[in-house]
Design a protein around this ligand. Structure first.
Ligand SMILES: [Zn+2]
Length: 452
């Protein structure tokens, strides 16, 4: 159900795999989802956010013998304010963690806000002291990490307690700071937190990149799993499709085994996108960004298709028919993989160029020279439709066997052709030849040189 602002953690006395009671407070007519069993322990009156309300709150605490103020004048309250930042391995700066949810809580009083572009937050309610938590969720995504033992905790998104679960007191509330540094121990909590923040920022930045390219971009409450499992990525979209029929095959291919507790946990909280952060190298920020651009490139494609059957054909091709290697051009249904993967491999390099390195051509060279990574998945094609050989300042290298005389077909014009009736590369070629008649001969010979 997505419990907002838990009041207590689960009871410590239960076994690891046992799902236990969760305690929270909800508003008076809170609509519980069907199938959620709940008991109301008591009713609460929470005073208004006024000076009078605060006096009532102080009085209530003193009547029951709770020292709300820990030595600070009971009437001194502060608005929690601060910054959340994450280390970027490409710039070597700590940059703001954008648009993540911040919770402040003291007893039954809970307030939330989101960080801005600089990672800054300001909570509108005043507190004497509060537990403050960062939670990796917003209207675009809910980022979860797969916990080691208590797998049912996938119900919650990844979160970090500031001040290690202790309350932050008094004036310290106005100057909260969390810097998430890189951690070379991939199994550490620090690595998990750094990765969630880096994935979050890559997703937020990708929306700006899409907007600047005129590509429709609507990431809407996607379930994203950050997993410590090499540099893998996948966009099965199981939750969006509300279809888990390929989940066990998918887990088997992704992890190399099927574990029943993992399957049960993921069935409850179906993944849309998985991003691996288990590759330890000097460019971890870049690597995670490229994986995000690739997988969320698939999300953009899925959104535009509006066809679950098209997507199931792709997932089934990559999971059942050709696990791990995409098959080849002669495989049945290879067109699904050629269309989807060439788009995502293109986007991962092109957006990396736009975000990280707009003055050098290494990412574009990756497209131009490795256009045959999978031989028949033409990841350089969208770039060749757009550019001339020397468009990027003459520093990029074109693959000599590609006949690239097409110019000016934008990324969004190419993307707009990736609709559900397109199941072969040649159909996209034909559509482009009709839409751009003055270049139809050049388009044909470009596709020809890629083997289509
Ligand atoms: Zn892909």
């Amino acid at each position: 159900m997505g419990i907002e602002g838990r009041l207590l953690d689960e009871l410590p006395s239960i076994s690891n795999e046992q799902i236990t009671w969760q305690y929270t407070r909800v508003s008076i007519n809170y609509p519980f989802n069907n199938g959620i069993y709940f008991e109301i322990l008591d009713t609460l009156y929470l005073p208004e956010e006024t000076l009078q309300g605060e006096e009532i709150e102080d009085e209530a605490f003193s009547i029951v013998g709770l020292n709300n103020s820990k030595g600070i004048s009971a009437k001194t309250r502060y608005n929690p304010h601060g910054f959340i930042r994450v280390e970027n391995t490409e710039t070597n700066f700590f940059e703001g963690v954008k648009n993540v949810k911040i919770y402040a809580r003291n007893w039954f009083k809970i307030a939330t806000t989101f960080t801005n572009e600089s990672g800054e937050f300001y909570i509108n309610k005043r507190f004497v002291s509060a537990k403050v938590t960062v939670s990796f969720q917003n209207s675009h995504v809910n980022i979860k990490t797969i916990p080691g033992v208590r797998l049912w905790r996938v119900a919650y998104c990844s979160r970090i307690f500031l001040n290690s679960y202790n309350k932050i007191q008094g004036a310290d509330l106005t100057n909260i700071s969390l810097n998430l540094g890189i951690n070379s121990d991939l199994s550490s909590r620090g690595s998990r937190d750094w990765s969630a923040a880096t994935i979050n920022n890559a997703i937020e930045d990708m929306q700006n990149l899409c907007t600047s390219e005129n590509i429709p971009c609507a990431f809407n409450h996607l379930n994203v799993y950050a997993i410590n499992w090499n540099d893998m990525g996948a966009a099965p979209m199981f939750r969006k499709m509300a279809n888990s029929s390929l989940l066990d095959d998918f887990i088997n291919i992704t992890f190399g085994f099927v574990s029943t507790p993992l399957l049960v946990a993921l069935e409850q909280y179906l993944p849309d996108v998985l991003i691996g952060y288990g590759d330890n190298n000097n460019s971890r920020t870049l690597a995670i960004n490229q994986t995000v651009f690739h997988e969320f490139g698939h999300v953009l494609h899925y959104n535009q298709l509006q066809s679950n059957s098209w997507w199931m054909n792709l997932i089934s091709y990559e999971t059942i028919s050709h696990p791990g290697d995409y098959g080849d051009l002669n495989s049945n249904n290879s067109g699904y993989a050629a269309i989807a993967e060439s788009w995502s491999f293109f986007l991962e390099e092109y957006f990396a160029y736009r975000k990280f390195s707009p003055t050098d051509s290494r990412f574009l060279d990756n497209l131009n020279l490795n256009g045959f990574t999978f031989n028949w998945i033409p990841e350089g094609l969208p770039l060749d439709l757009l550019d001339t050989p020397d468009m990027w300042g003459g520093t990029d290298t074109e693959n000599p066997i590609i006949s690239d005389n097409v110019l000016g077909i934008s990324v969004s014009q190419y993307f707009s052709n990736l609709t559900s009736n397109m199941t072969e590369m040649n159909q996209i070629r034909d559509a482009l030849m009709i839409n751009f008649p003055t270049q139809s001969t050049e388009i044909q010979s470009l596709y020809n040189s890629y083997g289509f």
